[in-house]
Design a protein. Sequence first.
Length: 262
Amino acid sequence: MALNLDPASDPMEKLTIETPEQIALEFPLAGVGSRGYALCIDTLIQIIAALLVTLILLLTTRDLERSWVGARNWEMAIALFGLFCLYWGYFAIFEIFWNGQTPGKRQAKIRVISASGRPITVFEGIGRNFMRAIDSLGFYFVGAIVCAIDKQNRRLGDMVAGTVVVHEVEDQGVSYWYGQEKSAAAPPVAQEVSALTNQEFQLIETFLTRRLDIPNAQRLSSAQAIADRIGEHLHIAREQRPSDEAFLEEVSRRYRDVVRRN
């Protein structure tokens, strides 16, 4: 997939992902401000968690020392390990299991995605946060400068992991979540879906996974373009698919069933 920035009149920079099928998906990029806001919230949560750990240790150490001579050393070791995990693991764990978001990013309505538009993998989540030690130098001065200079608003961790941070778009009209129950209007594609190529399936998956992050007009046009392409390949007339997104969901669902059976 080719990547480029869309220099449209919209003041918010956008990342445009051009698929091999000549279909463009747009994502509004998150800048230093929104990322800094999210970081402040996450840092506050980390500080509160660290203070709670310290408070628990202060309240329990004296009682433990009365019955266990080595209690202080063990508690110090556990505290240091906990703080290490809190600093290094907080962002990676949340971003991996919360679909690219931390509590701060969720509040700021931004999320991390791969440069291809798909959700980040475990390795990408770990990789981008491994570089946080450098990005955070000078109270994140290094990360802020790199992010401000880079055309895709990436910090060093994003460059290493191949990720970007994008805004979630609130004005999406009707929300179609992948995995919803089969719609009564969904077209029958049980037989035809076996002709779908893996590349086409990946295109559908990319769109379905990231569609809520795409501005509404672009989302609708992208859904129609992808549905038209898939419908033509599978010989399913437009009259048989009243909703483009419902059609793509059903194709994806059926294709997964075919893969599981094989």
